[in-house]
Design a protein around this ligand. Structure first.
Ligand code: IVH
Length: 672
């Protein structure tokens, strides 16, 4: 394909993909299947790899992240980012409305919106391209989190339609509850502490250095305000609806997420509706925002020192009920972590019946000074199971027994341990505590790990009970005859299970590494380790210093990895898996060459067509090596914009060849 045809095709594919993204993420509909969509994306990726000069920064292929931001720069807001004054009573809303009627001229229209419980963001677009995304910070200046915001699929990288040339759109980035609960389940699975709530987690995620991790977490965003000097419309409501046409996810009147009204009754209806229905939303809101619609009236009303007079927030009181704590039970996870759970007299809360509440760890029980029979206050946040937030001491009787955390494992009676600096108690009996054995196998076969079709938790339970398996390596010794003997196992299901086990031998190394269940080694860490070390032997032999050299691998993970390989039985299990044909080596990618064989690169600065990580990957795929600092061994410094002067001087002093991104791309594409 010649250059011009490639450019046209890249632009056509991008527009087509953007249209499908908009249909899916913004309009909640779709015209094509996931497969067809993936094919379009793959075609575009291929073309961009072949013609990197047309791989634009706003291409729909650039959603997966990869850019690392070591230190977020501080940026001054063009328009200050104020907060809203809060009220908790409807009387105050009536007073506010009465004040406005005296202050503003003409008829007042109001816009009612949800108050999303997330992190405020201001995103600047120039000529329809996302330029910069900044957090609220102190209202005057915030942090530049553009690389992370670009990974949020509901935020367009390129706009469509008749958008203004230069404007800012503001909204709230939040954690959808499903994604938040998924993330916490994954954390529990690898032995990490759960995140406390979706809002703080959204905020923490937005400030992560590695945008790839942000991309995987699945943040979302609603946009609710336009700022600029040449906005096309005169009212807030009309502008928000218009922004949808440009590709933004803005609240929809048909969902009652936004409503225009000219009366206090209309406002109250909206408040009542969401007070009743907010627990059904797939994200958290903490109130309702009411705004004057007309921009001229907004200007007339102006601001107080901290907040606009033309808007007000009505905050919901947290949903809280009282019930009785009947008992505490203890769950043992695959890592041996023991989690206490409160069993309650069932009570209605936010539209569901609550029977259990999470207690997290022994500190939590102590902090609440819980006694059996206590009347406790229960609140529902974003978590699947609610939290106990307090005790009604007035209801405590003298004979109520203080709850003491169990000393022995409730499953195998081994004495529990609590490591220094950790909140969780652990059962150290890894080799014969039943939930740990089953948990490790269940984790091994799970979808994101070995994804063994035809094998579920119940079958694992049966296989362990019958003594057929005791570790995941035993799965590969199972025979059809053993499996078909199990209760309720027909020929076909046994056959499927055996096939599932066979197929799992093709699962790539990074997923195998995740499947091993090394504490703190989640999917992302496993990928990083696999990519850096290439095979299991290199990881087994790696010293602490080499492990912490890998991006995102800190001391805690490095120690855990080393401890895992210090256990002889883990090495035996790996040897058996290897014998069975499971992948313990990274597979070479398509398109790999040895063009840069033996050459050492240092990639530094900001690039136009590729992210730094992508360039490093290309170097490795073509036989080269990446180093983090320039030395006499360095062959090339691949220099982008903003490369520090000290590095430049060092490279020049040492006589290292400095090449630009374009030179690198042409070397890569050169046929020798
Ligand atoms: S309008 C001048 N609308 O609430 C203030 N804010 O204290 C403009 N928020 O930091 C904000 N949902 O992050 C507005 N529909 C909504 C909102 C909303 C949530 C947050 C926002 C702001 C805080 C106000």
């Amino acid at each position: 394909m010649d250059k011009m045809t490639a450019k046209t095709e890249i632009e056509r594919l991008s527009a087509e993909i953007n249209r499908h993204n908009d249909l899916y993420y913004i309009q909640n509909t779709s015209e094509i299947s996931d497969y067809e969509f993936d094919m379009l994306l793959e075609n575009l990726q291929k073309l961009e790899a072949e013609f990197p000069e047309f791989a634009y920064s706003y291409s729909p292929t650039k959603r997966v992240g990869g850019d690392i931001t070591k230190k977020m720069e501080s940026v001054v807001h063009r328009f200050p980012m104020l907060s809203l004054s809060n009220t908790y009573s409807q009387e105050e809303i009536i007073e506010w409305e009465n004040r406005l009627k005296k202050l503003a001229e003409g008829k007042l229209d109001y816009v009612c919106e949800l108050k999303y419980d997330g992190v405020a963001i201001g995103i600047q677009y120039e000529n329809g391209i996302l330029k910069q995304a900044i957090t609220r910070g102190d209202g005057t200046q915030g942090e530049n989190v553009t690389a992370n915001v670009r990974t949020i699929r509901t935020i367009p990288l390129q706009l469509k339609g008749d958008y203004p040339v230069d404007f800012e759109i503001r909204g709230e980035i939040f954690f959808p509850l499903e994604k938040f609960n998924e993330l916490n389940a994954q954390r529990v699975d690898i032995g990490e502490a759960e995140f406390a709530n979706p809002r703080n987690t959204a905020s923490g995620t937005l400030k992560l250095q590695d945008s790839k991790v942000v991309a995987e977490r699945g943040l979302d965003c609603f946009l609710y305000g336009l700022y600029g000097y040449d906005l096309p419309l005169e009212g807030h409501y009309e502008s928000v609806l218009k922004a949808k046409e440009w590709g933004f996810k803005t609240p929809n009147p048909t969902d009652n997420f936004i409503k225009k009204t000219d009366s206090i009754e209309g406002i109250m209806d909206f408040i009542h509706y969401w007070n009743q229905n907010r627990s059904k939303l797939p994200f958290e809101i903490d109130g309702i925002v009411i705004k004057v619609n007309d921009y001229t009236q907004q200007q007339e009303l102006g601001f107080t020192a901290k907040s606009p007079r033309w808007a007000i927030a009505y905050k919901f009181k947290a949903e809280r009920v009282e019930t009785v704590l009947e008992s505490v039970s203890y769950q043992v996870g695959r890592t041996g972590a023991v989690t206490p759970v409160a069993n309650l007299i069932p009570v209605q809360l936010g539209g569901t019946t609550v029977k259990r509440a999470s207690l997290h760890n022994s500190d939590q029980i102590q902090k609440l000074d819980l006694h059996l029979g206590d009347t406790v206050q229960v609140e529902k946040g974003g978590e699947i199971i609610p939290k106990i937030v307090g005790v009604n001491l007035g209801e405590r009787k003298a004979n109520f027994q203080r709850i003491e955390f169990v000393e022995n494992c409730p499953e195998c009676a081994t004495l529990l341990v609590r490591r220094e600096g950790e909140a969780q108690h652990y059962c150290p009996n890894e080799s014969s505590c039943p939930p740990q054995i089953k948990g490790r196998i269940e984790h091994f076969i799970s979808r994101k790990a070995m994804n063994i079709d035809g094998l579920g938790a119940e079958t694992v339970d049966l296989l362990v009970q019958k003594g057929l398996i005791n570790s995941y390596a035993d799965l590969y010794d199972l025979t059809f005859d053993q499996v078909v003997e199990l209760d309720r196992m027909a020929d076909k299901s046994a056959d499927n299970l055996m096939k599932g086990i066979q197929v799992s031998k093709e699962v790539p190394f990074e997923r195998v590494l995740f499947a091993l269940g090394i504490r703190f080694v989640g999917e992302t860490v496993a990928k990083k380790l696999a990519k850096s070390f290439k095979n299991i032997e290199a990881i087994q032999q790696a010293g602490f210093d080499r492990l912490v050299e890998v991006d995102e691998i800190g001391e805690k993970i490095a120690i855990s990895v080393q401890q895992f390989f210090l256990e002889e039985k883990n090495n035996e299990i790996i040897a058996r898996l290897k014998n069975a044909g499971v992948q313990f080596e990274i597979q070479e990618k398509e398109g790999a060459t040895d063009k840069f064989k033996g050459k050492i690169f240092v990639v530094s600065g900001v690039f136009n067509s590729f992210s730094r990580d992508e360039l490093k990957e290309v170097i490795e795929m073509n036989g080269g090596k990446n180093a983090s600092s320039i030395s006499s061994k360095t062959d090339y410094v691949l220099a982008g914009e903003n490369m520090g002067p000290a590095k430049l001087k060092k490279a020049t002093d040492l006589g290292v060849q400095i090449i630009s991104e374009d030179e690198f791309i042409s070397q890569l594409n050169a046929n020798e």
